[in-house]
Design a protein around this ligand. Structure first.
Ligand SMILES: [Zn+2]
Length: 771
């Protein structure tokens, strides 16, 4: 026993000495300057803020975590004839923060469409290569649309005017006394504005006008002055609404009355309070059926009824009354053109209604698929996060729209006039419905700050969208054939390659404000979604990832998380150090490119290699001074002795044979493997992102072996690493990332022997010739 230990210790010492000798040989005559810790595996202490009592180092809310609450009583009237909306609201603002507040900030998002909006003035680009006709008309031809809020007054509870200051899309309410910590304050605002045509003005809310029947379909949001968020992270989140950075909103309870023409059909956030008043008898009867229909939607307003209503133009009105608890926003859709269907979905033992509203222009697509897509979204997202807590989720058809609010969202996907539609339109519609309904989870319930971090809602939602789309495909054989997969646009690693490989001038790190990025789609949606997919499938594995992701969702449901809360929780709940992953994928624009650079073949040699001889000569020692050694000779070197090729190590090395005789029992010796082939493989990493090194080895007999080396293999050398493998069979092929699961941007260096890989252009040329 002692002898063995001695030998191993000596050899290790010797190996260390040899490695050092090699490194000494490499020392350049000119000394390089020192450097900071540049390891891609160092912890994110410099990027992260220090945890505190509001937010714990684990990523969970801390013991002093607080959030503000804003309750609303809102009364609005729609003027359908003139496309105007009039409103009055009372906001009760609860200051749960430890700070006294000298003023309150209210968001006036519609002012982004005011005549004097500064948003269009920020554009520093020249002439576009093309304009959409609508955009051209808006920019060059039309009178600028005046869609800003007209604030008539702001008053306190006693009806006394409160002074206020409007700075573009933000309004500071100047309260006479600071609002003390723990206290609440009510005040009222009266306003109106011109509703934009969302199909022309690219607005997130507005109406579509239907020339043929003279009707409008309204999807209305950001329609009331809304409280800004005050938090431990930002203080007041009062960054202006420029158009791209979406919303930051506190939770609260809503009591909303909406007055519209009596022949309109309407649905919105919250529980309808006066259903018997606003529903016809037929609608009531069908609604009760829908509550018990779990397998298919029940039509509440038929296409025939909607088409009849299109011709009416009622002058009397109806008021629809809703109450919503613990929501961060309010939105509604209304038109006399709407067809309405709904079905029940069981979520965690509770019934949730999946609902769709669409004009006849959406059919037959919408009647067939919208509510199905809503139901699948609620199921898949609930499985991966928490049981959907609201009582309904509504998908409203609105041309070109894809926009989300609590319990309700607007979605595109319109068939041709003859009712036909392409696969692109069909899958586009299913995908956008899943995406927008999915936003109920991120950011409507896991309420991140969209104004600052677009990826926290879009990226997480797009990641979940991928899972829900695949589940939709698997559960709907009439839409996706059983042997096919749903054609998801985002989430698949290969699909992000063109973006990651693109011009670095136009790529921003994910950790950027949405206003400052060049390509918002890939930046805030596709790249984070793909990163999370890779994290789940390839880096962490589904079990560890799913538990950690669910932990994040449950820790932060009905709260305001930051990116760090997400990053920290994913590690806290999994024991996987992911700082390197967050750094590479979220804080930099680095890409993945890993390849196999070269392979050297070795055989066991009976005598010292030339390098070893030099080592001994330099130190004036002989083999007798050292513990028994075994040597590997490279095939392409002067050490190579052809007669030893393919022999087993114990046949060749007397030292090894003696060692085994002295230190191993006969039983142990009978079990040893005798590899005949030794390889030193060099893997290189031209890309900045460290990733697991996934390798498929192929042997002469056709067998394959798959090995995944952890990403930490790159921790000491970020550019190149070597692996030594031994085998009884000859190695004939190596492929890095054989299943294309890492978003490697250049696969021409992924194979040994190097494959003749044709460029896309060459393939294209061949194709042309072939035809
Ligand atoms: Zn989205």
């Amino acid at each position: 026993m002692n002898k063995v230990k001695y030998c191993i210790a000596s050899v290790l010492f010797l190996m260390g000495a040899m490695v050092m000798a090699q490194e000494e040989g490499d020392v350049k005559t000119e000394r390089e300057p020192g450097h900071y810790n540049q390891s891609r595996f160092k912890q994110l202490y410099e990027e992260f803020s220090t945890p505190n009592t509001y937010r714990s180092a684990s990523g969970a809310p801390g013991p002093d975590y607080y959030q503000q609450q804003a309750d609303y009583v809102i009364n609005v009237q729609l003027d359908d004839k003139n496309a105007k909306i009039y409103g009055e609201e009372t906001i009760t603002y609860h200051n749960n923060s430890p700070d006294d507040l000298e003023f309150l900030w209210v968001q006036l998002d519609q002012n982004v469409r005011a005549k004097d909006s500064k948003s269009p003035l920020r554009d520093g680009n020249g002439v576009n290569i093309a304009y959409t006709a609508g955009n051209f008309a808006e920019t060059f031809i039309s009178e600028p649309f005046d869609g800003g809020f007209n604030i008539e007054w702001v008053k306190d509870v006693s009806g006394k005017p409160l002074s206020y200051t409007i700075n573009q899309t933000m309004m500071r309410v100047n309260i006479p006394q600071p609002l003390k910590s723990g206290e609440k304050l009510s005040f009222s605002v009266k306003w109106w504005y011109n509703i934009p045509d969302h199909t022309v003005n690219r607005a997130r809310s507005g109406y579509e006008y239907f020339e043929k029947d003279g009707n409008r379909a309204y999807v209305i949001a950001q329609f009331f002055p809304r409280m800004a968020v005050y938090s431990d992270v930002e203080g007041w989140q009062n960054h202006q609404f420029w158009g791209s950075g979406e919303f930051a909103l506190p939770f609260g309870n809503y009591d909303v009355s909406i007055t519209v023409p009596a022949d309109h059909v309407l649905d919105g956030t919250g529980v309808l309070q006066n259903r018997e008043e606003v529903f016809s008898k037929d609608m009531m009867k069908r609604y009760k059926e829908a509550l018990k229909s779990y397998d298919k939607p029940v039509i509440i307003v038929t296409q025939q009824e909607a088409e009849a209503a299109e011709k009416g133009f009622a002058t009397n009105t109806k008021t629809w009354k809703f109450k919503a608890t613990n929501v961060r926003d309010y939105a509604f859709a209304t038109s006399r053109k709407f067809i309405w269907d709904m079905q029940a979905v069981k979520i965690g033992g509770k019934d949730v209604m999946a609902v769709s509203l669409y004009p006849k222009e959406g059919n037959p697509l919408w009647e067939d698929l919208s509510t199905k897509a809503v139901a699948q979204t609620l199921k898949t997202y609930s499985e991966h996060t928490f049981d959907y807590p609201y009582h309904k989720a509504i998908s409203v058809h609105a041309k070109n729209q894809g926009m989300e609010y609590p319990m309700i969202c607007w979605n595109y996907g319109r068939p041709n006039e003859d009712g036909t539609y392409s696969d692109r339109v069909k899958y586009g519609m299913i995908s956008v419905i899943i995406h927008e309904v999915g936003h109920n989870f991120f950011p409507m319930i896991v309420n991140s700050d969209e104004r600052q971090w677009g990826w926290m809602d879009e990226g997480l939602d797009t990641f979940m969208q991928y899972l829900a789309e695949q589940a939709f495909g698997a559960n709907n054989p009439s839409v996706i054939a059983p042997n096919e997969k749903y054609p998801s646009q985002r989430g698949n690693p290969a699909a992000i390659v063109p973006y990651m490989a693109g011009d670095q001038k136009y790529i921003s790190p994910i950790m950027s404000n949405p206003e400052n990025v060049y390509q918002l789609g890939p930046n805030a949606y596709a790249k984070p979604a793909t990163a999370l997919n890779i994290l789940r499938e390839t880096v962490m594995g589904k079990e560890l990832f799913d538990h950690a992701f669910k932990t994040y969702a449950q820790r932060w449901m009905f709260k305001h998380p930051t990116p760090e809360d997400f990053f920290r929780t994913m590690e806290d709940a999994s024991a996987v150090d992911l700082d390197w992953f967050w750094r590479a994928w979220f804080y930099t624009t680095d890409y993945v490119d890993i390849g196999v650079k070269g392979v050297k073949k070795y055989y066991v040699s009976s005598k010292p290699t030339k390098e070893m001889e030099k080592y001994m000569a330099d130190r004036n020692i002989t083999e007798a001074d050292l513990p028994p050694l075994v040597y590997l000779a490279e095939e392409d070197s002067e050490d190579f002795m052809p007669e030893l090729k393919g022999k087993s190590p114990t046949e060749t090395s007397q030292n090894l044979k003696e060692f085994m005789m002295d230190n191993m029992t006969e039983a142990e010796r009978s079990k040893v493997k005798e590899p005949k082939f030794f390889y030193e493989i060099t893997f290189d990493k031209p890309g900045g992102v460290p990733m697991p090194l996934i390798v498929e080895y192929t042997y002469a007999d056709g067998t394959k072996e798959n090995v995944t080396y952890p990403p930490e293999i790159w921790r000491k050398n970020d550019a190149e690493v070597k692996r030594v493998i031994s085998s009884q069979k000859e190695l004939v092929g190596i492929v890095v990332d054989p299943k294309l699961e890492t978003a490697d941007i250049d696969t021409t260096n992924n194979s040994w022997p190097k494959k003749e890989e044709k460029s896309d252009f060459d393939k294209f040329k061949e194709n042309i010739k072939g035809k």
